[in-house]
Design a protein around this ligand. Sequence first.
Ligand code: PMP
Length: 391
Amino acid sequence: MTGEDLRHLCDRLKPFGGASVFAEMSALAVRTGAINLGQGFPDVDGPTAVSEAAVDAIRGGFNQYPPGIGHPVLRHAVAEHQQRFWGLEFDPDSEVLITAGATEAITASLLALTGPGDEVVTFEPYFDIYPADIALAGATRRLVQLHPPDYSFDPDELAAAFGSRTRVLLLNSPHNPTGKVFTAEELDVIARLCVQHDVIAVTDEVYEHLTFDHNVHVPIATRPGMAERTVTISSAGKTLSFTGWKIGWVCASPLLVKAVQAAKQLLTFVNGGPFQPAVAVGLGLGDEYFSDLAADLQARRDLLCDGLSAAGFKVAVPQGTYFVIANVSGFGETDGLEFCRSLPQRCGVVAVPVEVLCDDKAFGSPLVRFAACKRPEVLEQAVERLASLTP
Ligand code: PMP
């Protein structure tokens, strides 16, 4: 899309309106027949018990508008899931809201909680919709960098980003694209600032079950002073490997849920009627489903990280999520965007440049993101192709 094509788009959204690099890279993959490790979605379906439950729900009369806050069976399943895995208590009737994926939950939360003159503190690199959602709400972003190689933040830099205009701290852990899993100690630093400045934490936890090695997910809502000031968001996409169903949820105190629902009902009102009871079945699967999911992805992470290192990339081994960030400086290159544009021709693989996930382009420039959530045979083939890369 050219600048011309955006003339009808309002100024607020112009910076976010063009064709994304994700779309450019996916189109490149199709045109060149390259293996697409750019986009983060699994190339196999989730559990059959869950898809069968969706078929049953379609045949069984779950096809009209669900209640505005979501089908009771899913709200109960979400509350039970939060209790079972994280020890968090939510009332399914007043503290859980079903949304059109985490995407709508994040957008509705920012629209509900922030407006012109307000500031939202979040980390860089970021999930791409965050700056656009903040802009949509008319608020301003204040970014704090996650520094390689471990993608930790400087507590002083974070404290400096908070001020009298800060309304929301937007967190993502486990973090896309770095694969960082925030520790309890780091979350306590963030929590203290939220309490001190009377700020609400909006936390995107869609990769909550995808953590590796000794790393465990810690919801910020469990930290001191945070239960009443946190909007916890997740979705079925990654946990159940049904990214196209777009069933997500918000868990928060009744008044925060009411605020988010006020915005949410203007966006979609409701969605995915028959998928809601099916996701309830998925959230009730046995513990081994969730541990196998992480163990299986960890093996694929290892395959990809080893292959990237052997090919000459400097790799930051992720603690969680679908993604691996690699530095292209080993090839004598510094421009990740150009690197990604040339990669399909050079070796038949597609990756995503991290600079499009940063305001500070120089910071993101040498970094590229690969997705590990593909079948092992696909990753093996990709690694074989990457091995042919020469500086
Ligand atoms: N947050 C993060 C960090 C993500 O990576 C994604 C999906 N790529 C989403 C939210 C979107 O989740 P959903 O598909 O449930 O809308």
